[in-house]
Structures are given as C-alpha cells and as structure tokens.
Design a protein around this ligand. Structure first.
Ligand code: HEC
Length: 127
C-alpha cells in the first residue's frame, strides 16, 4: 500500500511541476535565448531519432543524374544557400543569426552524414 501511495504521490508532484513550468512562462522559447546543454541535447536527440524513424520508407531518387544535379544546384542557390551557405559564401546574416544554427553544407564533415542510404533518406525527409 505504501508503495502505491509513493508512486501516486510522485506522479502528482510531477504533474504539478509540469503544470507550473508550462503555465508560468518560466521557459523562454525565444530563438535568441539558447537552451541549456541538457535541454538542447534532449531536443536534438528527439529530432535525430524522429527523422531516422520517419524516413525509413523514403525512396530517394537517383540524385547523381546530371539533370538532378543542375536543377538541384539552381534550387539550392535560390532557396537554401542563404542559410546553409555555398562555396563562395562563408557566412550570411541568417547563417549567423539563427538558433539552432543551420548546418553548413559546404563542410564535408556535415554532408558526410547524408552519404549512405540511411543518411540520404534522412536528408531527403528533412527537406
Ligand atoms: C531560413 C534558413 C533556412 C533555409 C532557407 C533552409 N534551411 Fe535547412 N535548416 C535550417 C536550420 C536552422 C536547420 C537546423 C534545424 C535544427 O537543427 O533543428 C536546417 C536543417 C536542415 C536539414 C537537416 C540537417 C540535419 O542535420 O538533420 C536539411 C537536410 C536541410 N536543412 C536542407 C535544406 C534545404 C535543401 C533547403 C533549401 C531547399 C533549406 N534547408 C533551406 C535553416 C534553413
């Protein structure tokens, strides 16, 4: 009986604390206010695992076809480079000012994540 009472008390305390945090406005959700490392790592882990899970059934087209590369390059320049940069642009107001920071897709270490089948599916899903 004591054990059940302890579990119920703990659950009630967690619910009260969660309600207090959610309704109080203590959590600053502004993009100019960085999360603590613990919160950032939790959100990042949830984001990465969510993308891994959601992208499993994605069918990635043949991205190395010449037409795909030239059309994709033009689209990238128009729609993506302002944040994700390009070989001739190493920083923009958006790349510097956003939080979280847009990954720099001119960095080989960043794009290597998308090189294998699972990575290509995840990148394609995220886009
Ligand atoms: C206004 C800025 C902005 C633009 C424009 C933009 N992105 Fe992003 N993108 C971001 C940010 C910021 C993130 C990181 C999100 C995060 O970490 O939660 C991101 C994440 C991504 C990711 C996931 C990377 C990863 O490691 O999981 C991919 C892939 C991506 N963007 C591709 C693109 C493509 C392709 C375009 C153009 C069609 C594009 N983005 C346009 C800001 C932008």
């Amino acid at each position: 009986m004591k054990f059940i009472l302890g579990v119920v008390t703990t659950l009630v305390m967690i619910a009260v604390m969660a309600t207090a945090i959610i309704t109080s406005g203590w959590v600053n959700v502004g993009a100019d206010h960085e999360h603590s490392p613990i919160v950032y790592n939790l959100i990042e882990k949830a984001r990465v695992n969510s993308i891994k899970h959601a992208s499993q059934d994605i069918v990635v087209p043949k991205l190395n076809e010449p037409v795909m590369i030239s059309e994709g390059g033009a689209d990238y320049k128009d729609m993506c480079a302002s944040c994700h940069l390009s070989p001739d642009v190493s920083a923009t107001d958006l790349s510097l000012g956003l939080y979280p920071k847009p990954p720099n897709f001119t960095d080989p270490n960043v794009v290597s994540r998308f090189a294998d089948d699972a990575g290509a599916k995840q990148g394609f899903w995220a886009i």
